[in-house]
Design a protein around this ligand. Sequence first.
Ligand SMILES: [Zn+2]
Length: 254
Amino acid sequence: MDWALRACGWRGHYTYAPDEAQLRDRLSVDTVAGQAWRCLRCGTFVPGDPVGSGPADHAPEVPRGRLLRDRWLMRALAIERLLRGLLLVLAAVVVFEFRSSRETMRAAFDKDEPLLRPFADQIGWDIDRSKLVRLAGEAFDLSNTALMWIAIAILGYAGLQVIEAVGLWLVKRWGEYFSAVATSIFLPLEIYELTEKITALRIVALVINIAAVVWLVYSKRLFGLRGGGAAYHAEHHAESLLSVERSAIAVPTQ
Ligand SMILES: [Zn+2]
């Protein structure tokens, strides 16, 4: 998969005219259609004015190779987070609905139970010890306030997913930290859910989350790992200068 060509297809080529004459000469070429500049991402010569210009080490970082692949991974994770968030919003809506409609459900239950009793007595079914009736009673006894807080908690969790999605999509440093922390916090809950019932969806969700945390912390050098933020910024700064020089060097001198 050629990530560079794909990125250029989406966002357009990125050409840059460096102030340094030597680099400048190597990155541009005169054609019958006028001057063409070399795309820092994919290496194609693009006719027309350069998109950016200035000193080579002020050139914006144009991710290629691993950094570009990382960007795609973060976007994919962002979409997954957004879908999770939407599902949670749906779950919250269901709880709210139950909260508003159960008054009538309760009324129906209270009305029917005395009617059921003589019939149950007839068939020898002890309604006061029925597990089903007790379970139904317990569900109705969850107070409106409790249900509201459950729905609010679900909405809050959905909000976290959306913030993660935004931070990851924009490829922001805070997004990487936010995602790593927020995902880690809920890992114990996900593992606990698995002890209650194992489903394919739960396993996949857990594996994605563990992989995401490990990858974010290691690859993005979070929490001081592998040189931390300083090494991370140095890597990206070097990348911006490198992308200019590398593109220039790649062009054979005539
Ligand atoms: Zn390009």
